[in-house]
Design a protein around this ligand. Structure first.
Ligand code: GDP
Ligand code: IMO
Ligand code: MG
Length: 432
C-alpha cells in the first residue's frame, strides 16, 4: 500500500487526525496537502491529548517523517508556536523528520486582517471563517502575487515581501474602513519565524517521489472536508482549498497510480461549524445531546476556534457525494459511542426537491437550500460501546446502523471509532 489518502467526508472535524494517527503507525511518511491552521486535529494517546493545526498527526510516531505539502498555506509564527509546544512535550521535530515544502504559501498578517475585514463586510452573510487568513492567502496564490515558503531561506527578501504585502493590504483595509497595520512592527515576528524555519524547507514533491521509489508507505492527511471543498462543497460557504482526493495529488506532487487506499472519514452523525446549509441540523435537545456539554475534549466545540458545532442526523446524500468525488475505497466511522442511549436514530437517505427524491446534492446553493431531508428511522441501542473491541460485541442495532450507512453510499465501513483513543476502534468485516 504505497499511498493512503484520509479524506473528510462531511464539513470537517470528522476525526481525520485520529485516523491519521492510527494509520500513521504503519506508515513511513504522513503528509498534509491542503489548508493551514484553520484545521484542528485532536489525538488522544493515553492520558495525553494533542491538538494539532499544522503539524501532521503522524508526528507522534517516532519513525514517521512528516511533510507540509505545497498545497498548504502556512502561518510561520503559529507553526513555530505549535512546534515549540510539541517539543516541550518531548516530540522530535528535527529537520530530518519534519519538512516544509518550498512551494507552500505563506499566510502574512495582511491575510489575517483581510479575512477579518471581509467577514465584517459580509455581516449576516459571513462565511464564519476561522479568521486565520486562509481565503486571502489562497487568493494571493491564485492571483500570482503570493509569498512562497522557499523565500524564508532568504531573510532579507522575505522581510521585503512581507512588508510589501502589508502595505498593499493596508490600501484595501483602509478602503474597507478597517484600521491599517503597522507594517514594520507586524512583520518582525514573521521575519523571526522565517529565520528559524529555513532549515526545514525542501522540495517535498521530490522528497515524496524519492521515498516512493524506495518503497515507503505514505499517508496523506486531509484537512477540512468534502462539503468545504472550493469546487465540490456548498460554495460560497466553503474554504479556499481542495480537501478531496484530487487535492492530495496536486497538493503534494505525486502521481495518482501510487494511491491504493482512500479512506473517507465520517462521524456517525453530522456536525458543521460556520455558516452554510445543513439540512439535517437539529436545534433542540437531540442536537444538544449530540454536541455534548463541553466537559469532554471530544464534545462538539471547535478545536481551532472553540465555537460550538452545529449538530444533526447523518446525511447519506452528503456521504454519497463525498464517496463519489474522492472514490473512497472504505469508510472510517467515528464517534459511534456517542449514539448509545438514543431510542431511535435517523439517517437522511435522500433529499426531496420539488417532489423529486435526490440521491446526490443539487448543483446550486439555491436548490440545495430548498431541499428537505427524507429520513429513514432505525432503532437505537443502550449498551456502552467504549470498551468494545470486536465486531461481534456490537449490539445488533449498532451493526444494522453501520451496515445501512455502507449500503447507502455504496462503500464498506471498515472501521468504527468507539472513543477518541487509539485503541478505541473496531475493525469490521463483510459478515457485519
Ligand atoms: P479532525 O479535524 O477531522 O481531525 O477532527 P477533530 O479532531 O477536529 O474533531 C473530532 C473529535 O472527535 C476530536 O475531539 C476527537 O478526539 C474525537 N473523536 C474521534 N473519534 C472519536 C470516537 O470514535 N469517539 C469519540 N467519543 N470521540 C472521537
Ligand atoms: P479540520 O481539518 C471544520 C470552515 C470554517 C468556515 C469555512 C471557511 O479540523 O476538519 P476558512 O477559515 O477555511 O476560510 O473557513 O470552513 N472550516 C472548518 N470547519 N473543520 C475544519 O478543519 C475547518 N477548516 C475550515 O468554519 O465555515
Ligand atoms: Mg478539526
Amino acid at each position: 500500500m504505497p499511498v493512503t489518502l484520509i479524506i473528510g467526508a462531511q464539513w470537517g472535524d470528522e476525526g481525520k487526525g485520529r485516523v491519521a494517527d492510527v494509520l500513521g503507525a504503519d506508515a513511513d511518511v504522513v503528509a498534509r496537502y491542503a489548508g493551514g491552521d484553520n484545521a484542528g486535529h485532536t489525538i488522544a494517546v493515553g492520558d495525553e491529548v494533542f491538538k494539532l493545526h499544522l503539524v501532521p498527526s503522524g508526528i507522534l510516531h517516532e519513525d514517521v517523517s512528516c511533510v507540509l505539502g505545497n498545497g498548504m498555506v502556512i502561518n510561520p509564527v503559529n507553526l513555530l508556536a505549535e512546534m515549540d509546544g510539541l517539543r516541550a512535550r518531548g516530540v522530535d521535530l528535527s529537520p530530518e523528520r519534519f519538512l516544509i515544502s518550498s512551494r507552500a504559501h505563506i499566510i502574512t498578517p495582511a491575510h489575517i486582517a483581510l479575512d477579518r475585514a471581509s467577514e465584517q463586510a459580509l455581516g449576516e452573510q459571513a462565511i464564519g471563517t476561522t479568521l486565520r487568513g486562509i481565503g486571502p492567502a489562497y487568493l494571493d496564490k491564485t492571483g500570482r502575487r503570493g509569498i512562497r515558503a522557499g523565500l524564508m531561506r532568504d531573510a532579507e527578501s522575505f522581510a521585503d515581501a512581507v512588508h510589501d504585502a502589508i502595505e498593499r493590504a493596508n490600501v484595501a483595509l483602509t478602503g474597507a474602513g478597517a484600521s491599517p497595520l503597522d507594517a514594520s512592527a507586524t512583520a518582525l515576528k514573521w521575519i523571526d519565524a522565517a529565520m528559524r524555519l529555513g532549515p526545514y524547507i525542501q522540495d517535498t514533491s521530490q522528497y515524496i517521489n524519492r521515498r516512493l521509489g524506495e518503497g515507503a508507505r505514505i499517508v496523506c492527511e486531509g484537512a477540512q472536508g468534502t462539503m468545504l471543498d472550493l469546487d465540490h462543497g456548498d460554495y460560497p460557504f466553503v474554504t479556499s482549498s481542495s480537501p478531496v482526493a484530487g487535492g492530495a495529488l496536486a497538493g503534494l506532487g505525486f502521481g495518482p497510480l501510487h494511491v491504493d487506499r482512500i479512506v473517507g472519514v465520517t462521524k456517525c452523525f453530522s456536525t458543521r461549524v460556520g455558516s452554510g446549509p445543513m439540512l439535517t441540523e437539529l436545534d433542540g435537545a437531540l442536537g444538544q445531546r449530540l454536541r455534548g456539554s463541553g466537559e469532554n475534549f471530544w464534545d462538539e466545540f471547535g478545536t481551532t476556534t472553540g465555537r460550538s458545532r452545529r449538530c444533526g442526523w447523518l446525511d447519506a446524500v452528503i456521504l454519497r457525494h463525498a464517496a463519489q468525488v474522492s472514490g473512497f475505497t472504505e469508510l472510517f466511522l467515528t464517534k459511534l459511542d456517542i449514539l448509545s442511549g438514543f431510542e431511535f436514530l435517523k439517517i437522511a437517505s435522500a433529499w426531496e426537491l420539488d417532489g423529486i427524491h435526490l440521491k446526490l446534492p443539487p448543483e446550486n446553493l439555491e436548490d440545495l437550500q430548498r431541499a428537505k431531508p427524507v429520513y429513514e428511522t432505525m432503532p437505537g441501542w443502550d449498551a456502552d460501546l467504549s470498551r468494545m473491541r470486536y465486531q461481534k460485541d456490537l449490539p445488533p442495532a449498532a451493526r444494522q446502523y453501520i451496515r445501512r450507512i455502507g449500503e447507502l453510499c455504496d462503500t464498506p465501513v471498515r472501521t468504527v471509532g468507539v472513543g477518541p483513543e487509539r485503541e478505541q476502534q473496531i475493525a469490521l468485516n463483510d459478515a457485519l
